[in-house]
Design a binder for this molecule. Structure first.
Ligand SMILES: [Zn+2]
Length: 263
């Protein structure tokens, strides 16, 4: 378990299954303990024991099993409340509190924002607590989620919403895919010095069995090939290099996303 202190809460990170991350958000000034995307229950129960606290809430970013499989077991063990997207309530096991951008969860002492981020699934949401972003399978270290349900335009819009967050925001995504994503990024953006530096840095972290996550929004904006289309200069250069007729962000993003699917 790795821990990261923010002003009003601490985030604890658990590595489970092959490459999933589960996060526990421990409030500093109340008994609130939230788990984000519990792929499995057992590791969460052990972590709660270690922290000496009971789970009060489950937050789900989307319905996939490797984000919700622990829901019912945790609800039974802790009588906690399950929070998920109103739009996708039918697919969130045990949901109690249905949220959307206008109605984020109201939990004493915490400043919580919900952002709709369709693309990977149609009902995908992200939770923002102060400077911490819990984005599930929307934005990854050096990549973004596959488009299982949404369109490239939806995903690009979702990524654009997240990119508007402060550059210092910490990115707590749900998988450790960073090194593979960055290897792909090098084929898209070979002359990017920030990218090459990040690869060295993240390779060193993995060699020491450390996570590459959380990253920061500033690092993602500079190196993530799924966010680079938000920069016009990048689009112009990419369209030229790949002989695309158009150089708007959607054309460039769609081309890169498709290349990643077949990489
Ligand atoms: Zn997913």
């Amino acid at each position: 378990m790795w821990s990261y202190r923010h002003q009003s809460f601490t985030v604890h990170q658990l590595a489970v299954l092959r490459d999933n991350y589960i996060y526990l958000i421990e409030a500093h000034k109340s008994d609130t303990l939230i788990v984000v995307d519990p792929a499995v229950a057992v590791d969460v129960k052990i972590a709660c024991k270690t922290l000496g606290k009971k789970l009060t809430h489950v937050f789900n970013t989307h319905h996939h099993w490797d984000h919700t499989d622990g829901n019912l077991s945790l609800k039974q063990a802790f009588d906690c409340l399950i929070v998920g997207a109103q739009h996708d309530a039918k697919r969130i096991p045990g949901i109690d509190i249905k949220v959307n951008e206008q109605q984020p969860p109201d939990i004493a002492g915490l400043n919580i924002q919900v952002i709709d981020v369709p693309g990977h699934t149609l009902g995908h949401i992200a939770f923002v607590l102060d400077d911490a972003l819990f984005c599930g399978d929307t934005l990854f270290g050096g990549g973004c989620g596959r488009l299982f349900e949404g369109t490239p335009a939806q995903m690009l819009h979702s990524l654009d919403q997240l990119a508007a967050l402060d550059g210092n925001s910490k990115i707590y995504c749900a998988h450790e895919y960073t090194l593979a994503n960055l290897a792909f990024a090098q084929t898209i953006d070979p002359d990017n010095n920030a990218l090459n530096k990040r690869i060295q840095n993240d390779q060193a972290r993995r060699q020491q069995q450390q996570p590459t996550i959380p990253s920061s929004m500033a690092v993602e904006l500079a190196t993530n090939p799924m966010l680079r289309p938000l920069h016009n200069d990048f689009c112009l250069a990419y369209a030229k290099r790949n002989q695309l007729e158009k150089h708007d962000a959607l054309t460039v993003f769609s081309d890169i996303r498709l290349k990643k699917d077949h990489w």
